[in-house]
Design a protein around this ligand. Sequence first.
Ligand code: SAM
Length: 391
Amino acid sequence: MSIIAEHYNNLAQLGNEQRRESPIFYLRAFNNWVKSVSIGEALNVIRNEQRRDVRLRALDLCCGKGGDMKKWAAGRLDKVVFADIAEVSVRQAEERYQEMTRRSRARIFRAEFVHADCAAVDLGEKFSDPQQMFDIVSCQFSFHYSFESYERAERMLKNACDRLAPGGIFIGTIPDAHEIMRRLQASDSLKFGNDIYSVTFDTKEQQPLFGAKYHFFLQEHVDCPEFLVHFGVLMDMAEKLDMDVLYRSTFNEFFDEHSANPTHLQLLERMNGLETYPSDSLVGSIEDHQYDYAQEVIDHKLPRSKGAPRVGTLSTPEWEMASMYSVFAFQKKKGPSSLPDDAHADRRSNEQDGNYRGRDSVRSNEQRQQPPPPASPDTSMRRDTKRSRRD
Ligand SMILES: C[S@@+](CC[C@H](N)C(=O)[O-])C[C@H]1O[C@@H](n2cnc3c(N)ncnc32)[C@H](O)[C@@H]1O
């Protein structure tokens, strides 16, 4: 069994109470918000472009324990196929689905569960209908495991894109290779991180395109090897599969853009994606300066108002973790492939020979280093409208 499968198979399922006590409670909720918004937006694009509202099908690639099941139900899908390398997780996802079906009064999507190494096999061979096509494929916090080698990354990407209908969308979240390399270079050792996460490399030298390994630890969740995904490489590979990039944003950028939309902001509140500060039940520590930014916003950036001002924020360790990720979307071309086959072959050999030279589209690093995001008081991140973690 692979190290990854073993790690996720052995991961304990936390109860609600344990989750609420976790130092990464709000980080998890924030990540869930990013996933919810990107799934919802992709479904909107598909529905608007295809002018159809029913029978949309999704592939949840590397689904884990089925943490996105409610998001699929909210998206009114017709069918969802869940696939993961960790057999125990797939079983737990199936149990979750059965429980959801039992409790739900409305009809929810049909589901199929597949246990497979999605970076090694052609998933089509595992589906009940090998010709099965999808409108949306979602690979959340997982695609990077396949960047161990070109062959595995290509297989995973083909599983994501080959059965997408024209106009279909592939979305995902991955650690941001630029940000990781920036933090590594800024560190005086081979390691960086904080109380809740750490990233450890074997070297600070130039990293290869595939197999750029580091060890990732995230409290309560991850303790295993991962691989850098150079987004420029992913884009080139996706282009060969007739995929156009729709967007790629760091979580900072995604938050800035989407929290400006009142609907998304309300969802963020409902999902507990930010912590109310000040509060007597913070997940982090004021003494360790984990809320300095929120305090600064209250002291200097908020308009004076009656009563004690409050803001929605993340503790610094949680925000440092969240801001290491990026979110992307590709769309399957609606017409025939624009590149001849030999052009694909040329590109492939270039990639395989090359080393990482920062081919990702470069963005402002200053923006990435912003401290935790504040929500102004009029976004109603207030104690009276938002349940605290320990309420
Ligand atoms: C961090 S979890 C994310 C789970 C889920 N997508 C979510 O967002 O909650 C990573 C998942 O990727 C799965 N995974 C890693 N490599 C895989 C592979 N080659 N094939 C299928 N699943 C894989 C792991 O088993 C694990 O469930």
